[in-house]
Design a protein around this ligand. Structure first.
Ligand SMILES: NC(=O)c1ccc[n+]([C@@H]2O[C@H](COP(=O)([O-])OP(=O)(O)OC[C@H]3O[C@@H](n4cnc5c(N)ncnc54)[C@H](OP(=O)(O)O)[C@@H]3O)[C@@H](O)[C@H]2O)c1
Length: 398
């Protein structure tokens, strides 16, 4: 792509400056503003809503919802009953999106549990489109297993015999991939497919309501009818995905377990804690340590990475900030990469799955988990964060 014109560069810089929160505007130097470049659009070829996109030199096929307008979805699933089992975060998001798309969807959960009550609050009606798990499965042609991963393993002996002639759908490769541990050995005569939204079920819902769609992975574990992939794509669009990236069950589960333990959640929390503790031990106040560790990251810099990439964020910061960040990147990478490799090994050899199944199958797992969250909530860093957030204009009393 040709370099953007000076006028375009300064328009982009003005837009960036205007949309930046105060804390970020302070960090913008003139040189940085001038260095802001236009986001690059990837090269792609398109055919009926299916794109081959060049991801940094590797062509990958991406499916998109424009190939599956609502009328086509309604026609495709006109003889199907989608039995969505489990109503946690994904059940809620995918279920409501399917319902709003006009598809014939029913929910199956334990009677009078937390999910049952939540489903009623969301307008599902007992006996009409809300049933206990076994009854919902018996009515379904496509069984969408959205129980917790531990519960999928626990309930499998009861569910497996009911799947004859149906399609089995997962939103995580966990159960079939780690079948030696989960004991989820799927029947050999049914289609088994995956649509894994790359985000919380709450986001699946909020993006759908905003007229957008979440990115999801799709995969086929077993194709008996010759239609498994097509069904996965259609269901992916029906539950609210915008773009669908093709993968395998194994790759989906390995990358997902890695990401949430690594940079998405565990790793980033560990890094926040390490920096905050050093700042506090070296005499900085809680507010200063929090602002420099978390607030500026989440409110100012990370959204810039999300919008247009790392170089865009660098360009938006001072020359001093840029020089230091460039110098320290490799030190952090070298320190962290061995931990990432240990993590991948622990994912691939099933250690993480075993730990998750053992922990999440315990009858008191909710209480134990709540106690751990309470510990996090009470850490000084997150108590300081609560005070910092209360000062944001949107949290001030008018
Ligand atoms: N959450 C995410 O961000 C996300 C993103 C992508 C994919 N996924 C995948 O989507 C699937 C569902 O995850 P989720 O986070 O939506 O749900 P979740 O919170 O892990 O699971 C909750 C559901 O499982 C039910 N459940 C738990 N134990 C049960 C048991 N012994 N018998 C029957 N039901 C039981 C709960 O019912 P009660 O209320 O009755 O206990 C609830 O409906 C998983 O495979 C997950 O890996 C999740």
């Amino acid at each position: 792509m040709a370099a953007p014109s000076r006028a375009l560069r300064s328009a982009l810089a003005r837009q960036l400056v205007r949309s930046a929160p105060a804390v970020q505007r302070r960090g913008l130097s003139l040189a940085a503003r001038a260095a802001v470049v236009a986001p690059k659009v990837p090269n792609y070829t398109q055919q009926r809503g299916l794109k081959t996109i060049d991801f940094a030199g590797t062509p990958e096929v991406v499916y998109e919802r424009s190939d599956w307008p609502r009328e086509k979805l309604l026609d495709y699933f006109k003889n199907d009953t989608l039995a969505l089992i489990g109503y946690g975060s994904q059940g809620h998001g995918q279920g409501l999106n399917l319902r709003d798309n006009g598809l014939n969807v029913i929910v199956g959960v334990r009677k009078n549990g937390a999910s049952w009550n939540e489903a009623i609050q969301d307008g599902w009606v007992p006996g009409k489109n809300l049933f206990e798990v076994d009854e919902a499965i018996s009515k379904g042609t496509i069984v969408m297993n959205l129980l917790s991963d531990a519960a999928q393993s626990e309930t499998w002996p009861a569910i497996k015999p009911q799947l004859k002639g149906k399609t089995l759908y997962f939103s995580h490769g966990f159960s079939p991939v780690f079948k030696d541990l989960t004991k989820v050995e799927v029947p050999s005569d049914i289609d088994v497919i995956l649509v894994a939204p790359k985000g919380s079920g709450r986001t699946v819902r909020s993006l759908f309501k905003a007229g957008k769609g979440i990115n999801s992975s799709i995969a086929v574990w077993q194709d008996v009818t010759g239609k498994a992939k097509e069904k996965a794509i259609a269901l992916g669009v029906a539950v609210g995905s915008g773009y669908l990236y093709e993968t395998t069950f194994e790759k989906e589960v390995y990358s997902d377990l890695m990401g949430e333990r690594g940079s998405l959640m565990g790793g980033i929390h560990g890094m926040f804690l390490a920096q905050y503790e050093v700042l506090r031990e070296r005499g900085h106040s809680p507010s200063e340590a929090f602002n420099e560790t978390v607030e500026e990251a989440t409110q100012s810099l990370y959204p810039l990475i999300g919008a247009n990439g790392m170089d865009w964020m660098y360009a938006a910061c001072s020359t001093t900030a840029r020089r230091g960040a460039l110098d320290w990147t490799n030190k952090f990478k070298d320190a962290i990469k061995p931990v990432m490799n240990d993590l991948y090994t622990s994912v691939a050899d099933g250690t993480e799955t075993k730990r998750s199944l053992d922990y999440n199958s315990a009858p008191d797992y909710r209480q134990k988990y709540e106690a751990e969250l309470e510990e996090i909530r009470n850490l000084e860093i997150w108590r300081a964060g609560k005070a910092v957030r209360s000062l944001r204009p949107e949290n001030q009393e008018k």
